[in-house]
Write a protein that binds this ligand. Structure first.
Ligand SMILES: [Zn+2]
Ligand SMILES: [Zn+2]
Length: 378
C-alpha cells in the first residue's frame, strides 16, 4: 500500500529543525504483513526525547528511516501464524519486543533480548524483515521495530499490546514508551515501597509518569527536579510533594535537608551525566540511583568508589521499565481508567505531519511534555 510517512535521511542537522527539516514527509510503500506480522493503522504517535536524540545524532541509526517508536492504532490485518491479535483490536505499540525464546525473554526481561535488539539496530522488524520502501530508491529502515510516524505500520506482534478500547488513542499512544518506562522504573526496577522517599530528575513524559507511579506506590516524599520550573505545577498536580530547580546552587542540599540525608531512590530521567552526578549526591546511605534516561553512545560517568562501597549504594539501570510490556501495559491502562495513573495529563497538543519538525524544536526547548502526531487527522 501507499501511505504518508516521516522519513529521516540524515542525523545531526542544525537547529531549528523547522528549517533544517530532519523529517521529510513522503509517500512511501508498505508491504505485508508477512508471516508472523501485523498491519496496524496508526491513530496516534508520541514525540519522545529518544526520538530527539536520534534526530540530533547522539545515537546512530541506519538511514533512511521512518521515525516514531511510541504509538497506538487499530489492527487491520494479521499475517499467517498470528493468533494473539485480530482485525479491529486496539493496540499500543511498544518499543520493547523480545523474541520470546532466549534466556532473557524466558526470565521476563524482554528488554534485554539480544536477538531483537540486534534486529532493531539494523533497522529491521523483530521478524528480521523490512517492509518499508521508497519507490525505486529501495528499502527504508524501521525504527525500533515500530516506525509510528506513518499512517500505517507493519510490526511483529511482540511489539503490540492489546489495549482496552476505552483508552482514547492519543492516550494509548503514550503507554508503549513514556508510561511503561516511567511506571516500570518505579514498580519493576526500584520496587518502591510505602513510606519510601523518591526524587525524580527530569520532568518530561517519563519523569512525570514516575512521579504518578511513586505516589501510587505510597512514597512519602516525591521530589520533582528539573531545570525548567514551568513544569512544577504539573508535577505537583500528579503527585510531587516538593519541586526543586536543578540550577539552584544548593539544590542537593535542599533535597538532603528535606529528606533528612537523602532519598531512598533517585531516578535520573534526563540522560545527562551532570544529572547522574546529582542523583548520586542526593541518594541516601543505602539508597539507590535508578538510571532511566539513555545517554550518548560510549559516554561514561564517575562513581565515588569509597562512598559507593562503604555506604552500600546501588547503581541500577532501568531500560524501558524493566518489565514485560504485555503484562505491564494492560495493568497501567487499568490504573489509568480507574484514575490512578492520570497519564492523559502528559498530552500537550495534537499535531499533523507538517508540524513534526517544529515539534522537535518545541520538545528540545522543554516547552512541551508530549505532543501527539495524528497521522490521519491533518
Ligand atoms: Zn521513547
Ligand atoms: Zn529474546
Amino acid at each position: 500500500m501507499r501511505m504518508t510517512a516521516a522519513v529521516m535521511y540524515e542525523q545531526g542537522l542544525p537547529t531549528p529543525f523547522a528549517e533544517s527539516k530532519p523529517f521529510r514527509i513522503e509517500v512511501v510503500e508498505l508491504d505485508g504483513p508477512g508471516q508472523g506480522e501485523v498491519l496496524v493503522e496508526v491513530r496516534a504517535a508520541g514525540l519522545c526525547h529518544s526520538d530527539l536524540s536520534v534526530v540530533e545524532g547522539l545515537r546512530k541509526r541506519p538511514l533512511p528511516v521512518v521515525g516514531g517508536h511510541e504509538g497506538a492504532g487499530i489492527v487491520r490485518e494479521v499475517g499467517a501464524g498470528v493468533t494473539t491479535l485480530a482485525p479491529g483490536d486496539h493496540v499500543a505499540m511498544a518499543a520493547v519486543a523480545g523474541c520470546g525464546q532466549c534466556r532473557a525473554c524466558r526470565s521476563g526481561r524482554p528488554g534485554l533480548c539480544q536477538a531483537v535488539s540486534a534486529a532493531r539496530g539494523e533497522g529491521l522488524l523483530a521478524t528480521g524483515a523490512r517492509r518499508l520502501r521508497l519507490g525505486d530508491q529501495g528499502r527504508l529502515n524501521h525504527y525500533s521495530g515500530i516506525s509510528a510516524f506513518a499512517q500505517y505500520a507493519v510490526v511483529a506482534p511482540q511489539s503490540l499490546v492489546k489495549i482496552d478500547p476505552a483508552v482514547p488513542m492519543d492516550v494509548a499512544a503514550l503507554f508503549g514508551c513514556a508510561v511503561v518506562t516511567g511506571a516500570g522504573a518505579v514498580f519493576n526496577s526500584a520496587k518502591v515501597k510505602p513510606g519510601a522517599t523518591v526524587a525524580v530528575i527530569g520532568l518530561g513524559g517519563v519523569g512525570l509518569t514516575s512521579v504518578m507511579a511513586a505516589r501510587e506506590a505510597g512514597a512519602s516524599q516525591i521530589i520533582g527536579i528539573d531545570v525548567l520550573p514551568e513544569k512544577f505545577d504539573l508535577a505537583r498536580a500528579v503527585g510531587a510533594t516538593h519541586c526543586i530547580d536543578a540550577r539552584d546552587p544548593d539544590a542537593v542540599e535542599q533535597v538532603r535537608e528535606l529528606t533528612n540525608g537523602g532519598v531512598d531512590h533517585a531516578f535520573e530521567i534526563s540522560g545527562s551525566p551532570a544529572a547522574l552526578g546529582m542523583a548520586q549526591a542526593i541518594a541516601a546511605r543505602g539508597g539507590e540511583v535508578v538510571g532511566v534516561g539513555i545517554g550518548r553512545t560510549a559516554e561514561t560517568f564517575t562513581v565515588p568508589h569509597l562512598n559507593w562501597v562503604s555506604e552500600e549504594r546501588v547503581l541500577r539501570g532501568s531500560f524501558m521499565g524493566g518489565g514485560v510490556p504485555q503484562q505491564d501495559i494492560p495493568a497501567y491502562a487499568d490504573m489509568y481508567l480507574r484514575g490512578r495513573l492520570p497519564v492523559d495529563k502528559l498530552r500537550s497538543e495534537h499535531i499533523g505531519f507538517d508540524q513534526l519538525n517544529k515539534g522537535f524544536d518545541q520538545l528540545r526547548s522543554g516547552a512541551v511534555v508530549r505532543q501527539i502526531l495524528l497521522p490521519h487527522e491533518f
